[in-house]
Write a protein that binds this ligand. Sequence first.
Ligand code: FRU
Length: 433
Amino acid sequence: MNDPNGLIRLDSVWHMFFQHHPDGIDHDDIHWGHAVSHDLLSWEERPIALAPDQMGTCFSGSAVETPDGDVKIFYTAHSLTPEGRDHQVQCLVHADRSLTKSARDYRNPILPNPGREAFRDPKVIWHEQTSRWIMLVTLGQEIGIYSSTDLVDWRFESRFGEADISYRGGVWECPDLLRFDDGDGGEVWVLIVGVQSGAANGGSGTMYFIGDFDGQRFENHGDPDQMLWMDRGRDFYAAQGFFDRAGGEPVVMAWISNWDYARETPTKAFRGVMSLPRILSLVNTPKGRRLRQNLPEQVLNKLKSSSVSSGTYGFAKTFEMVEGDRTAILLFGSETPQFVLSRKAAATGVIHCHRDEHPDMQNFGHDLSIEFDWPMEETLELQFYVDRGVVELSAMDGTLWVTNLFYPEDPGGEVRILPNKNTTTQLKEIVHG
Ligand code: FRU
């Protein structure tokens, strides 16, 4: 599986669809899988929701609930031209409230291809102020913004992309646009975009822009020369927010992998996995406004009370380090430290992430170093959330996240911490829960 799709909260149930190849481990013959959850932590798989038809395979998209209680799903039908080029169009599906029965609209495609090879990932949101639906779509290295009153006829409004900033990378995929209160009775909008290649830490990554949206145009208020990344690890991609007509806080989930190596990960099970859900808010930091991502309370509590042997657990550790000091954190009983934290200068910390070099895998990027601001009070609490082969690490009250795949030898093994420079010291501390 890859991207989360059609995230929606309906009748208090969280629904997640996802990019899925039911009959193989490679990215091919893409369907929409479906899973449901009551707590955003354990998911139960349901039957396939969308299967390829004469229009093509079913690439990423979204779902909304209308004021009448109807559920509409949008996806990209992907096919190949006789010359072998990608052809992508946007399609509409009508679903029942259990999301188990659906019918495709006879007018599909509702948005034909405007002459772009990359034209996909329709994300539909409701824009209260103009009482219109907004669709964001990948248009190569930019995002197209469309509007509609009936979810069938769409009008092109504007685009936002590489021409508006100095960053250059790969195709801009899986956009989302989330609204926040600015605390003064106004609103702030955050545009989330996945770049398929050329992200800060190599390969695919998720950037965000903070600005204004008037129902037609997104205006970036951030520095056009400085990109903001939702996660500084290698594996947090295609992030999407849940549609929630009840108006809950913005919750996002992402696919934990990277197109640099997603097709080569050395495993059959666990080949594609989702991140934990993260609740988003905006905070002011000395460097300006930033996204803060925190786990929902019930998810946090469950993870912190689970034991290491369950393979899925969370723990926090506070570090106090002087400049030049090093602390190694070993996970899963490996003798190779997988996280090494160091303090480089008075106000700079570095996290080195090491991943075992698996002989079957090229480009896995086993050594990644991430620089961040060390907090003024000189101690740093790191929160680790582990799910067998995945570590999601958060620091600085959720403004820094590092998510990486590991493929450990022993996924249920001990978590061990080496408190000082000597990474071969006998291990003293075992952290439970
Ligand atoms: C992002 C993506 C989307 C596309 C889907 C295909 O990971 O490349 O742009 O719709 O995956 O599975």
